[in-house]
Ligand binder design. Structure first.
Ligand SMILES: Cc1cc2nc3c(=O)[nH]c(=O)nc-3n(C[C@H](O)[C@H](O)[C@H](O)COP(=O)(O)OP(=O)(O)OC[C@H]3O[C@@H](n4cnc5c(N)ncnc54)[C@H](O)[C@@H]3O)c2cc1C
Length: 304
């Protein structure tokens, strides 16, 4: 049962920040409410003051800067990202990820800021955006700061956000000119459910192509490609699979390299037994998803 709370509706970010500072720990901001209100209705969480962010029009924009950086306001919904022409053109992978997230009802209400701030392990955007080198802007009455998603997540449902801070924007650097990225997830409870395992691979050229031949591209020493591999839903936070990345550097983007990287991904995973499956099952699926994500990223980079 939903217990009584006081509802605040600020119209500026400053006003929202002042409310968070005034009520100290006994307050929460909320946006789409798809996660927070569900927990409150189930009696799993209670707070005496809720600060509705929905009237903060400044946080609904999607902008592209001259250098290709995309800056997305925290209140932009999953649905708006899925349909945005700007995102389609400059970051089609994000449109694709948003299209596969939950169902249209959740996408229409849930926001990108809520998704990142909630820090639920079983979610897609944190894994994808962390691999793309994104950072978030946190604002309070005390000032503002930018934090890389690498440093943002601390533990299950825990980030570095202070109780008086609001996540206002996420900034995603321009994709490298010749690269390829893919996110592959496995949902064992239906396509529109949260991921059991998610693997994101971003391949980037690490040196000019020069006269490198196709054979050289695939060889370990001359591959000229770097990978960022990020795992979601198999640990408390998104996990960067550095051992798997090292396998690709050592073996190149060859069948041996891909096999070794996928095995290393399974080793990096830190899954637990839960309603989504046993830890062993998730580890095995992480390996399979990693292989698929690597192959898809290679196709998109023109390497397969
Ligand atoms: C049925 C269902 C299926 C789902 N499937 C998926 C899925 O497949 N993949 C996936 O990734 N997610 C999925 N989700 C999760 C959901 O989409 C996200 O958690 C959602 O985007 C959260 O956004 P919100 O705006 O609703 O957040 P809210 O519920 O409003 O808030 C969530 C938390 O974030 C905090 N918060 C919100 N906005 C801010 C802000 N701007 N600054 C600081 N703190 C903030 C709140 O205080 C709260 O703690 C699913 C949810 C449901 C209900």
């Amino acid at each position: 049962m939903l217990r009584a709370f006081t509802y605040h509706q600020p119209v500026t970010v400053q006003e929202a920040c002042e409310l968070l500072a005034y009520y100290e720990g006994n307050v929460r901001p909320y946006a789409g409410g798809t996660s927070l209100l569900t927990l409150m209705k189930q009696g799993l969480f209670h707070v005496e003051n809720l600060v509705n962010l929905k009237r903060l029009a400044d946080l609904r924009t999607i902008e592209k800067e001259g250098d290709g950086t995309l800056t997305i306001g925290a209140l932009v919904t999953h649905r708006a990202l899925e349909l945005s022409p700007l995102i389609h053109e400059y970051l089609p992978l994000l449109s694709e990820v948003e299209h596969e997230l939950a169902n249209v009802r959740v996408r229409a209400a849930g926001t990108i800021g809520g998704s990142l701030a909630f820090a639920e392990a079983q979610s897609d955007p944190p894994t994808v955006l962390a691999a793309l080198g994104a950072e978030v802007r946190l604002q309070s009455a005390r000032g503002e700061r930018w934090v890389s998603l690498d440093e943002f997540y601390v533990d299950y449902y825990e980030t570095v956000t202070a109780p008086d801070e609001i996540l206002t924007h996420v900034r995603i650097p321009a994709a490298p000119p010749r690269g390829g990225a893919a996110y592959v997830k496995f949902c064992n409870r239906g396509r529109s459910d949260k991921p059991t395992v998610g693997v994101m691979v971003a391949l980037m050229r690490s040196m000019p192509s020069g006269s490198t031949t196709a054979a050289e591209t695939r060889s370990p020493a001359r591959s000229g490609w770097e990978a960022c591999i990020m795992l979601g839903a198999v640990g408390p936070t998104p996990i960067r699979a550095v051992q798997a990345e090292a396998c690709l550097i050592a073996e190149g983007l060859t069948p041996t390299g891909l096999r070794a990287a996928a095995a290393a991904v399974a080793e990096s995973a830190r899954p637990v037994d839960d309603l989504y499956g046993s830890a062993a099952y998730k580890r095995a699926m992480a390996r399979v998803m990693a292989r698929r994500a690597l192959e898809r990223a290679m196709q998109r980079a023109g390497l397969a």
